[in-house]
Design a protein around this ligand. Structure first.
Ligand code: ATP
Ligand code: MG
Length: 208
């Protein structure tokens, strides 16, 4: 895990998600954030029991974590944390940020990395203003939702603090990948090769 205590300020991106499974949309978003915000590291934090997806997560936490590990291990500024998987109860982002703040200290600069589909629903998250106090919320476009349309759905004092993260717009989702696997369609290049092999070897998502 990332450590505090270096003489310079740590700049960290936090990439939460169910990662059911992790795909190149997540990885490209994280790499772009690393570059645009001069981050030291991006931390991938697979959710345990995501409040908005209760009962709709298909792969077990153990498999989702394993796929995250396989996807990030060849990038030396990507890391992962099991903190949400280790917690019991729903995975609230505010709890994760508080835990990281405690671990990393006051000087750490935290960037919460999310897509526009999540940003537009920020008011339904637990303590959105608390989240914004702890971290800069950086938002990447997804097809269907522009940055502006997501921001318009939020109160002005929340929307004005959002930072735009420019990424190639990729129409890739875990939902579509699960559907493809079920239908025996190729997912090559949509996920890293090692993740593809893991899914097929473990017969995840109902492939046969
Ligand atoms: P699902 O279809 O199961 O919801 P997903 O592809 O949306 O999966 P999540 O794990 O829900 O993946 O997303 C984690 C984070 O990554 C969210 O903030 C989401 O907005 C963002 N994200 C996912 N896919 C993309 C993409 N193709 N482009 C930009 N952001 C993305
Ligand atoms: Mg999603």
């Amino acid at each position: 895990m990332v450590k505090s205590g270096s003489s310079t300020t740590l700049r960290i991106g936090i990439m939460g998600g169910t990662f059911d499974p992790i795909h190149i949309g997540h990885l490209i978003l994280a790499e772009e954030a690393w570059q645009q915000f001069s981050l030291d590291v991006v931390l991938f934090v697979p959710a345990g029991d995501p409040p908005h997806k209760s009962g709709r997560v298909e792969a077990r936490g153990k498999d989702r974590l394993e796929m995250v590990k396989l996807a990030v291990n060849d990038n030396d500024h990507f890391e992962y944390s099991t903190m949400e998987l280790d917690r019991t109860g729903p995975s609230y982002t505010i709890d994760t940020l508080r835990e990281l703040r405690k671990l990393l200290g006051e000087s750490a600069q935290m960037y919460l990395l999310i897509g526009t589909d999540e940003a537009r629903n920020l008011m339904t998250w637990h303590d959105p203003y608390g989240i914004q106090e702890l971290a800069t919320i950086a938002v990447a476009d997804r097809p269907n939702y522009t940055f502006e349309s997501a921001a318009r759905r939020l109160p002005e004092n929340l929307a004005s603090g959002l930072v735009r993260l420019r990424t190639p717009r990729l129409d890739i989702s875990s939902t579509d990948i699960r559907r493809r696997v079920k239908a025996n369609l190729s997912i090559r290049y949509l996920v890293p090769r090692a993740v593809e092999t893991y899914i097929l070897d473990k017969c995840l998502y109902g492939n046969s």
